[in-house]
Ligand binder design. Structure first.
Ligand SMILES: [Zn+2]
Length: 202
């Protein structure tokens, strides 16, 4: 995709400048073999962490166009999906653990699609708060469900490795829509299911 290649070319220009900054800090990156090819590798790495917005939107549209008729009106949960992204404030990686749920009305998504939705939406330069709300909104409005919820824990390298150095801190955000908003017991059931320790399946 042309835009993606162009973006990667811009990332390479940026990483060239970053290596010049390392030189100013006293690291001889032009002589050190470990830095040979770093500009290209780093640009490619960032391009993998941040997906093209058009790709994300079109894949989500395709996904939501292929639903199944609901034969079930209980809560569907996809929990503890580990996903990666970058924060828009520092362009540093964020490791997420994301749980989402919805209560179908007429349509259900294939179960693997919930994980895919989470992965796609996380791989953008987006605030965790906005990611959380967007997940709940898509699973409620776009899927026309009775309700939806998202619970996100984020380990932000901008917090863990610099600044306040809150190594162990996790940022926790949640969003609820529809039945999860109207019925505190439903919301609580979701939170209990996604936050309590549980024995491993394997
Ligand atoms: Zn940040």
């Amino acid at each position: 995709m042309a835009d993606r290649e162009l973006a990667e070319a811009h990332f390479r220009e940026g990483f060239k400048k970053i290596l010049e900054g390392f030189e100013l800090l006293g690291y001889d990156t032009s002589a050190d073999e470990n830095f040979q090819g770093t500009v290209s590798r780093a640009a490619k790495g960032l391009a993998e962490l941040v997906l093209c917005n058009d790709t994300v939107q079109s894949e989500i549209n395709d996904m939501l166009a292929k639903t199944f008729p609901a034969r079930y009106d209980e809560m569907v949960i996809s929990k503890h999906n580990v996903s990666f992204g970058v924060c828009p404030h520092h362009i540093l990686p964020v490791i997420y653990r994301i749980s989402v749920a919805y209560i179908p009305m007429e349509k259900v998504l294939g179960i693997s699609k919930l994980s895919r939705l989470v992965q796609l939406l996380a791989r953008r330069p987006i605030l965790q708060e906005d990611l959380t709300h967007e997940l709940a909104r898509i699973l409620h409005q776009t899927l026309e469900s009775r309700g939806a919820a998202a619970y996100v824990e984020g380990m932000h390298l901008c917090m863990a490795a610099r600044g306040v150095q809150a190594h162990e801190a996790r940022v926790v955000t949640s969003a609820v829509r529809g039945a999860f908003l109207d019925q505190p017991a439903t919301r609580q059931e979701f939170l209990d299911l996604v936050t309590t320790a549980h024995p491993s399946l394997l």
